[in-house]
Structures are given as C-alpha cells and as structure tokens.
Design a protein around this ligand. Structure first.
Ligand SMILES: Cc1ncc(COP(=O)(O)O)c(C=O)c1O
Length: 398
C-alpha cells in the first residue's frame, strides 16, 4: 500500500469533491477493528455507517463472497438465480411481507418504493401520486429520494425537483400528519422508524400506529425506510416488528449485505402485484454475488441468540453512556445498537469525534450535534467498555 500522502494526493486529484474525508486511509479490518495505512488500529463504532454488521473479514461474509465469486458473480435478471430467492426469503421470513426487489443502494430501494406506490394507484386508475415524508428525514441522493428527504441542504441546489414529492410533515406530530394525509392525492407516507441521519430520533409508537391507521383509512400506503434500522440493528430483524406496525412497503440496504452493496424494496403481495415485467429493473440488482453474501449474512443474524445479544449490548452501551455525567450531554437514546448521544452543540460534538479518533475510536456526528454509535453487531461488552473508558477521559478534558 502507498503511504498516506500519496493516497491522499491521488484522491484529491482524481476523485470528485463530494466528501470531506479525515486524514486516514484504512487498509484492512478484522472483527471490530480497522487498521490504517500507517499501521494504527482503531475500534470501530461506525461500521461503514451501520453497514458492516458482522465486522470485518468475518468467515460467514468472506467465505460466502469467495465461494460465490468462484461460481458466478453476475448474471442478467433475464435468468433465474438461486441466491435471489434465498435472499428474498431470509429478509421477509416471519413477516407480513411477500415480495422483494433488489438494488444496490438505499436510495435505489426508496426510489423503487416510490415508483411502486405510484404504480399501485396508477393501475387502479386512482389519482394518488403524492409522497409525504418527514422533516429531518433522510432517504437518499437520487432526485426522487433527495426530494423526499426533509432537509433542504440536500435538495435545494438540484431544483427543479420532481413534483408530488417533498411534502413534509414535522416528525412525531400526529395532528400534522392527519392534515397532510387528508389530501386525496396522497399515495403514501414514507417514514424512518428512527431518523438516523437526522440525529437518532426514534418515532413514538403512537405516531407509527397512527400513521398506519390513517393511511389505511384513507386508502394510502405506508412505506418504512429501514435502510439504516434493518438487518437486526435495533435488536429485531426489522424495527417495525418492535413497533407492532405493518407497513405496506419496506426499503432496506446497509446491513443486509454485511458490507457488500445490496438493497431491497419489499412489499405485500397485494401491493407488489402492481408490477408488470418491464416496469422496473436494474443490471446489477439481485446479482448472485450480492444475494449469496446477503443470504449468508442475514442467516447469521437470524441465528438463535444473535439479536438478543444486540439488544443486551445495546442497553449496556446506552447505560454506559448515560453514566457519563456532563453539562454538555443533553440526551442518550436509541434502540439496539443504534444509539445517539445528543450534545449541547455541534462544536463540542465535532471536538469529541476528533479526539476519539486520535485515541483510536471511530464514531461520527449526525443531526449536527449527535454522537452516533452504530458498531458492528458482534461488538462485545469489553470492547464497549474500552470505548466508554476513552470517552470518559475525553469528557474529563473538555
Ligand atoms: C434511512 C436512510 N435511507 C436511505 C439512505 C440512502 O442509502 P444509500 O446511501 O445506500 O443510498 C440512508 C443512508 O444513510 C439512510 O440512512
């Protein structure tokens, strides 16, 4: 591997300026640890932003990847593939969802969800096409999903934005939702069970229950964006299971491939029946490599005891964070291993993030001032302890 300055200079010269990376290039990972180009090791509480649920180089991931690569990586969706059906089944197992479509990113899964909702009403001859979503939400970077994203910073420069999307309601506000959904042209309400990029803000149970009740009463669809909360991240395979709410369409990505790019848009039979061959498609979506890896990873996540450990360690992490007493801490919240620690302001949050990185712990800041903890789901209590110990020192020196 080249030295860091060479890596950085090449990147600056040839890679588009859409990110502002810190001065680290990771070379390899094992378990919950990453090693950079200079040989420094970090304990990872970010996991590629809630992606690497089995950590790095886990045998389930690496073996599935290499075994399938030796067989066949990509075939056209003009043909059947065993991995495609297996992946769909493991994702929807035990739920009310019946059919899946695969893409490569969360944005694509949401794009598919929006198209499916519109197609559902189109083929019924109903004039319902508007997509309502929440303020401070995040749904992706394609034009449709960036418009559904309720944060102006992500979509304003890309006007004109697609019509009928970008009708926002304040999150967790039942009265506002009731009003927005009273428009007969609304096709669907798209919502994250936990607003993750927005600062780890869980929806209340009453809010999601009411969203289900209202959409059903109005003949509208309910779409859950579980891109970040899916794949056992919250301690159940899907967050909607804990809320006891059954959305018509669920999108997911990130953890379902354990580090290999794959995303899914899932729906009930009734809604999925709106698709006809030719309505939607993608070259790489549902490729055997992604589906074989995703199937192996999700099968592991569904092993007895796995999700119990996520719940237990998530509570352990949350309790540990709550023990840090500081005037800078405003709140600690989350479900399973998606936990946020809200700080007084952005400056403090960024300072903590940078100091933790220097100490060898990877976190990040979301929603401007919330420290985000989304470690690999295999994180242990002793690894949590060592992060908490370092964090306590950082707070003492603030
Ligand atoms: C809830 C949610 N939806 C959609 C996306 C977009 O996913 P991707 O970056 O894979 O397109 C993200 C990414 O952070 C997300 O958190």
């Amino acid at each position: 591997m080249s030295d860091f300055q060479t890596i950085k200079a090449r990147d600056k010269k040839y890679f588009m300026n859409t990110y502002s990376p810190v001065d680290i290039a990771f070379e390899k990972g094992k378990g919950c640890y990453l090693t950079d180009s200079e040989g420094k090791t970090y304990l990872d509480f970010l996991a590629g932003i809630a992606v690497n649920c089995l950590g790095y180089d886990h045998p389930v991931f690496t073996n599935a990847l290499t075994e399938q690569a030796h067989k066949v990586a990509v075939v056209s969706n003009y043909f059947y593939s065993e991995a495609r059906g297996l992946m769909a089944e493991v994702l929807m197992r035990g739920t009310h969802l019946n059919k899946a479509f695969f893409g490569n990113s969360g944005a694509e899964a949401n794009e598919c969800a929006i198209k499916l909702a519109r197609k559902y009403f189109y083929q019924r001859g109903e004039n319902k096409y508007k997509i309502v979503s929440a303020l401070h939400s995040f749904h992706g970077r394609t034009l449709a999903t960036v418009t559904a994203t309720g944060q102006e910073q992500y979509n304003k420069p890309f006007s004109p934005l697609p019509g009928g999307i970008g009708i926002y309601v304040p999150f967790n506000d039942i009265a506002a939702l009731e009003k927005a959904l009273s428009d007969p042209e609304v096709a669907a309400f798209m919502v994250e069970p936990i607003q993750c990029e927005g600062g780890i803000v869980p929806a209340t149970k009453e809010y999601l229950e009411k969203a289900r009740e209202l959409t059903a009463a109005n003949g509208q669809l309910l779409i859950f964006d579980e891109v970040q909360t899916g794949a056992a991240r919250t301690g159940t395979f899907w967050a909607f299971e804990q809320y006891g709410v059954k959305p018509d369409i669920v999108s997911s990505a990130k953890g379902i491939g354990g580090g290999f790019p794959v995303s899914a848009c899932m729906a009930t039979d009734e809604v999925a029946a709106a698709w006809k061959p030719g309505d939607h498609g993608t070259t790489f979506g549902a490729n055997p490599l992604a589906c074989a890896v995703g199937y192996a990873v999700c099968t592991k996540l569904r092993e007895p005891g796995f999700m119990e450990a996520v719940r237990e360690n998530g509570e352990y992490l949350k309790e540990g964070l709550k023990k840090i007493v500081s005037p800078y801490v405003k709140d600690v919240r989350g479900m399973g291993l998606v936990v946020g620690m809200e700080m007084e302001n952005e400056e403090i949050a960024n300072k903590i993030y940078k100091t933790m990185l220097e100490k060898g712990f990877i976190l990040n800041v979301c929603g401007h001032k919330v420290m985000r903890f989304v470690p690999p789901l295999i994180i242990t209590k002793s690894e949590i302890d060592s992060m908490l110990e370092a964090l306590k020192e950082v707070f003492e020196d603030l």
